[in-house]
Write a protein that binds this ligand. Sequence first.
Ligand code: NAD
Length: 291
Amino acid sequence: MTAQRLDGKAISKQIQAETKTKVAEFVSQSGRAPVLAAVLVGDDPASQVYVRNKERACKRVGIESRLIRMSGESSTEDLLAKVNELNNAPEVSGILVQLPLPDQCDSRTILDAINPNKDVDAFHPHNVGLISQGRPRFLPCTPHGIVQMLRRYDIETTGKHVCVIGRSDIVGKPMAMMLGQRDSGLGPEMANATVTLCHSRTANLAEITKQADILIAAIGRPNFVTPDMIKPGATVVDVGINRTDDGLVGDVDFDAAMEVASYVTPVPGGVGPLTVAMLLENTLMAALQGQ
Ligand code: NAD
C-alpha cells in the first residue's frame, strides 16, 4: 500500500489566498493594514529563517510586518520593556517573540507579559485557558494548521483514536486539548476524538501508537516513528523539524510510513507551512478584534 502525501504547502497557499482577501477587506474598511511585530533576540540561524519566512508570508497577504532585532545579550527586563512598548502601540495588532530565547531570558515571564489580545501565538495563560474551555480567542498556530489540513483532506477526527506524541505547550498539549473537546471552534467533526497524549515517560509507546487512527508526532527526534508503531491505514502527521547531515527530516520515517499508513505529511512541506498560514490568520483576527 502506498499512502497519500498530505500537501501542507498547497493547503497553506489556499489558506493564505483566503487570508489575503480578508485582509484586503479589512484594509478597505479600516484604512490601515494589520501589523505583526516579531521580536528576534540574538542570531540563532534557525530563528532567523523562521522570522524571515513569517515576514515574507505577511507581505504576500498584505499584513505589515515589523522586525525588532535585539541583542543576544538582552535581559528579561530589556525584553519586558520592548513587549510593553508593543502592547501600548495601538497600530500593532499582533506580537510574537521568536523562541527559543537566550538562557538568561525568562521565557515564561516574557510571554506572560504579552497583551492576550495581541498574543497571536496563543501562549498566554489567558488564551490557553480559553482554549481549554472550548471558547478560543486565538487557536495555537501549529495545532490549528494541523486541524485545517485534516479538514481540507476530509479526514474527520470525531470518534477516532488520536495519539499525540509530545506534550509541549506549543504543540502536543494544545493539540490534545483541541481534539478531545466537543468543538474547538472548527466544527464538531474536527474535534470529539479519543485522545492519548504520550511523552518521554510513556511505557509501551508502540503498543499505544499502533492503536491510533491518527498519529501526531511532535518529539524532535529524527525518524523516531517507525512502521511498527503505525496502525495500517492510519493518518500520520509529522510535526518534527530536525536538522541532520542529510538535511531537514521529521520525526517520522516518511518512506516507511508511506507503506503502512493511508495519509502521511512530509517534512519539509507538511505542517511547517501551515503554522505560518495560521499565524497570519491570527494576526488578522487580532486586528479585527482590536477595531
Ligand atoms: P519539545 O521539544 O518541547 O518537547 C518534545 C516532547 O517530546 C516532550 O514532550 C517529550 O516528552 C517528548 N519526547 C521526547 N522523547 C520522547 C520519547 N523517547 N518518547 C516519547 N516522547 C518523547 O517539543 P516541541 O516544541 O513540540 O517540538 C517538537 C518538534 O516539533 C521539534 O522537532 C520542533 O522543531 C518541531 N516543531 C515544528 C513546528 C512546525 O511548525 N512544523 C512547530 C513547533 C515545533
